[in-house]
Ligand binder design. Structure first.
Ligand code: NAP
Length: 250
């Protein structure tokens, strides 16, 4: 592994020839990553639940000189069933016949409550979108990822997924589970070409951060565009043997 992935420098053709699916690509970090991955030559599959927002990202990508036309995959992770996951995987097989990168970025915050007060239905929704959906999507895409000779799966964690903190409830617990899912999958594939890692983005200027810290000075936060080097390092060829890690983007 390179010394400091946070300052990773890359060439403009880093992701040339790679097909990469990014969940939650309609906003925040996922959107910024989709735009930069497309600029670096990737064939990007934009996943989200809101077609209109995804189409706006699509339009931004086709305006980038030389970028490949992205594809849009609409699937609400809160309500998707087995058929929805299977049809997403089938459409990737039919359209591209390969998958080299899978970035589990979509997530929800839930509410900031104590465990004592936490609503059980909301708890289940947060765990479902943040963990179970990532498991289901990974499972259905593994056969395709395993056909790539240099595939990378990235999960998204958080500081509260490594050390528990009061009022972070289901979100924190879901991120601990995400770290676990990433480690188990990495260990299962440690003798293959598939690498599996986790990224903690750190405080980043997005709608989710605003919901968690409404009063904070947003100008002091890193933008999604500024935290991308670690993601690009893990998606590109320079991280070929890096697996089972949990990296900080800041
Ligand atoms: P964001 O701006 O709120 O974006 C979240 C993305 O997830 C959006 O594209 C959203 O779609 C999508 N999403 C949410 N629920 C979904 C569902 N049911 N089905 C499909 N897509 C869904 O958040 P962000 O800050 O960029 O966060 C990205 C990741 O980083 C998350 O996993 C988050 O936990 C993690 N993270 C963020 C920070 C931070 O400071 N920002 C810190 C640590 C970790 P819509 O556009 O339709 O809402």
């Amino acid at each position: 592994m390179i010394d400091d992935p946070k300052t990773y420098r890359y060439s403009d053709d880093l992701l040339q020839g790679r097909v990469i699916l990014i969940t939650g690509a309609s906003d925040g970090i996922g959107k910024a990553l989709a735009l930069e991955a497309a600029r670096l030559g990737a064939q990007v599959i934009l996943h989200g639940r809101n077609t209109r927002k995804l189409e706006r990202v699509y339009d931004q990508i086709i305006a980038i000189e030389g970028a490949k036309r992205p594809s849009i995959a609409v699937l609400d992770l809160a309500s998707a069933n087995a058929e929805g996951y299977t049809s997403l995987a089938t459409s990737i097989v039919d359209e591209f016949g390969r998958l080299d990168g899978l970035v589990h970025n979509a997530g929800i915050l839930g509410e900031r409550f104590t465990i004592e007060q936490y609503d059980a239905v909301l708890w289940q929704r947060v765990m479902h979108v943040n963990v179970t959906a990532a498991f289901a999507l990974t499972q259905v895409l593994l056969p395709l990822l395993q056909q790539s000779d240099d595939a990378s799966v990235i999960f998204t964690s958080s500081g509260v997924g490594r050390t528990g903190r009061a009022f972070w409830g289901a979100y924190a617990v879901s991120k601990f589970a995400t770290e676990g899912l990433s480690q188990v999958l990495a260990d299962e594939h440690k003798h293959s070409a598939l690498r599996v890692n986790c990224i903690n983005p750190g405080a980043t200027r997005t709608s989710m951060r605003l919901a968690a810290y409404p009063g904070e000075d947003r100008d002091k936060l890193k933008t999604p565009e500024q935290i991308l080097p670690v993601y690009l390092y893990l998606l590109g060829p320079d991280s070929k043997d890096v697996t089972g890690q949990s990296l900080d983007a800041q």
